[in-house]
Design a protein around this ligand. Sequence first.
Ligand code: NDP
Length: 299
Amino acid sequence: MTQAAIIDGKEFAATLRSRIAGHAASFEAKAGRKAGLAVVLVGEDPASQVYVASKAKQTVECGMASFEHKLPADTAQADLIALIDRLNADPMVDGILVQLPLPGHLDEQAVVERISPDKDVDGLTPISTGRLALGLPGLVPCTPLGSLMLLKDRLGSLSGLNAVVIGRSILVGKPMAQLLLGENCTVTIAHSRTADLPAVVRRADIVIAAVGRPEMVKGDWIKPGATVIDVGINRLPPEEGKTKGRLVGDVDYAEALQVAAAVTPVPGGVGPMTIAVLLRNALVAAHRNAGVALGDETL
Ligand code: NDP
């Protein structure tokens, strides 16, 4: 039995970023300004600080303007909403990302809903979600769109394939299912109440695992020859003598390699795609907001 191909998200994301940089330069030439992405961070969560720094760095490296807004943890809801309103009105800002989760006293849903759908680079507002469901052009959540890009790069047409999405979150599972439906897959959404999950997953030509449970999907759940996209990022407890545990996905990678045709690794699979697609979304929004044609809408 030959081992599955490893889907290299890191390399794909690097190629995508270089395409983005090319389009960002031609946008600047046509619009007379850089495309701009604003990132709002409330509080001092260390993981969120790392993400925000990384987003800002990659935004600038791609030739776009990065506007960082770091607010104290005790920021009032009204002040955060006022900032969103200013960013909505700012013509230099094409995309607004509010780093989640927000501190507990803030109403996350109300904050997200305040973002203009034309600047909603995370694709989480009700308008963006509705546009996706209706098949209208709009901004789509980054992780599922990045997963779809990897799938299409690997498989070409997805039409007629059975896809099982494990997880039904607003951030990953539901938009992933909508995107696959848009590609004419036959889609099953599984979740914590799904009966006989291994049997459901065994029917899938495409498995998307977005659960948050380390190595839950075993090799004998996977149909031979399936393509497996592992969205999960889980840190195991540290081994003896180590300070940090290993990062693993929701799929038992070693087992999946023996059965599947292709698998994304963790890290280095879906993870690197998320920020690259965020930059892609910001650039698409910039073109729409400035009324500049984007040569390649599939960017
Ligand atoms: P959520 O916790 O919001 O959703 C998890 C989903 O998994 C829920 O729908 C839940 O079902 C389902 N689930 C939980 N346990 C089981 C089970 N035993 N069997 C079947 N389904 C189950 O997580 P997210 O969607 O936000 O994230 C999922 C994973 O993806 C996490 O590991 C996260 O870290 C990772 N992630 C990675 C990103 C990346 O950039 N690569 C970006 C975003 C997330 P129910 O609805 O019934 O509770």
